[in-house]
Ligand binder design. Structure first.
Ligand code: FES
Length: 145
């Protein structure tokens, strides 16, 4: 059901934990499954993501997608990090079962929420970033059976 990459990131998650005095923190949840993901970003004066950590209270796929998402944004600029979508996270994990696609959306939104928090704290506007949703299930489409 899960690819080796998913199992690897689930059993051995990268960048798990939290960052004290993070530049931006974003928390998103999905009311349907009850899972919650929190991302911490440490952004330097050049707008480069120096460090990133996550905490996920959720399913295995949510843990694996958060872990992969942190790997994809670490060392990137804010603009590059914005291009990390749930699709790119899924691709990097070599796929997710259809019922688990929403878990990767949580990862994308958690990054956006942390960037949004960073922008608010610094009173700046990040091109291409809109206010994140608190509950990503609002956006989800009903799965087709
Ligand atoms: Fe909801 Fe995975 S089942 S985040």
């Amino acid at each position: 059901m899960y690819t080796e990459k998913v199992m690897d990131h689930f059993t051995n998650p990268r960048n798990m934990g939290e960052i004290e005095n993070a530049s931006g923190v974003g928390t998103v949840g999905n009311a349907k499954c009850g899972d919650i993901m929190r991302m911490y970003l440490d952004i330097d004066e050049n707008g480069v993501i120096r460090d990133v950590k996550f905490k996920t209270f959720g399913c295995g796929a949510a843990v694996a997608t958060s872990s992969m998402a942190t790997e994809l944004v670490k060392g990137k600029t804010i603009q590059e990090a914005l291009k990390v979508t749930n699709k790119s996270v899924m691709e990097a994990l070599e796929g997710l079962p259809p019922v688990k696609v929403h878990c990767s959306l949580l990862a994308e939104e958690a990054i956006h929420a942390a960037l949004w928090d960073y922008a608010q704290k610094n009173n700046i506007k990040i091109e291409g970033l809109s206010k994140p949703k608190d509950d990503i299930s609002e956006e989800e489409q009903e799965p087709e059976y």
